[in-house]
Design a protein around this ligand. Structure first.
Ligand SMILES: [Zn+2]
Length: 208
């Protein structure tokens, strides 16, 4: 993950921690999944969506439900059904359109929709207002953003693996130990004579 996406992810992660305290109160038909249960692609989807910054303080998450494609408490989170996400891959325009309009649908709910699922005239007005203007630009950008994020994640993984390998190699060769010893030895010296100086000192001593 890049620094930017990692930062965004930390925000999501923090929410999960606080969410565990209240999740007990929700219907058993809707369950939010913790971060460690999500696949890389699912995390990537959340990160990319979060970065678009259109969710007015609601955190995006992924869960499982037998009855809903998405759900919300109307103020703090919007959840996507894992199965629905799998069936509508946001790497493609069709999937992106399904997922983005679902997100705005949930955003238009200002009350918990896990119990009764009713769409009032206020709901339709809110949905209209939320999707007017350029809000749906995300449908056109999501496939590219998902791909870019994947490349960034892969580059980051390779860099981390290389760093780990190098650390292991250095350890095996004893380089870390030798360098540390050398630094420690050097730092003890107030004067570090070069070979030439040492020879001179030896010569001078011989003259006496
Ligand atoms: Zn609804």
């Amino acid at each position: 993950m890049t620094y930017k996406s990692e930062k965004a992810w930390k925000r999501v992660k923090a929410f999960y921690r606080s969410f565990t305290g209240i999740s007990g109160g929700y219907s058993t038909t809707h369950r939010i999944l913790s971060v460690d249960k999500l696949s890389k692609a699912e995390r990537r989807f959340l990160t990319v969506m979060e970065l678009s910054g259109q969710w007015k303080g609601r955190t995006l998450c992924i869960g499982v439900s037998e009855t809903a494609n998405g759900w919300t408490d109307g103020k703090t989170y919007v959840a996507f059904n894992r199965d629905y996400l799998q069936r509508h891959n946001p790497k493609y325009y069709e999937g992106a359109a399904e997922m983005v309009t679902l997100a705005f649908h949930e955003m238009a709910h200002d009350t918990d929709d896990t119990g009764s699922h009713f769409h009032s005239i206020e709901f339709y007005t809110a949905y209209h207002d939320l999707t007017r203007g350029n809000a749906l630009y995300l449908i056109g950008r999501l496939p590219d953003k998902m791909r870019n994020q994947k490349w960034q994640d892969q580059a980051q993984e390779i860099a981390e693996k290389e760093a780990k390998k190098k650390a292991q190699r250095d350890k095996a060769l004893g380089i870390t130990r030798v360098v540390k010893k050398q630094v420690a030895a050097d730092s003890d010296l107030t004067h570090n004579p070069t070979k030439k100086v040492v020879k001179k000192l030896v010569r001078r001593r011989r003259r006496f």
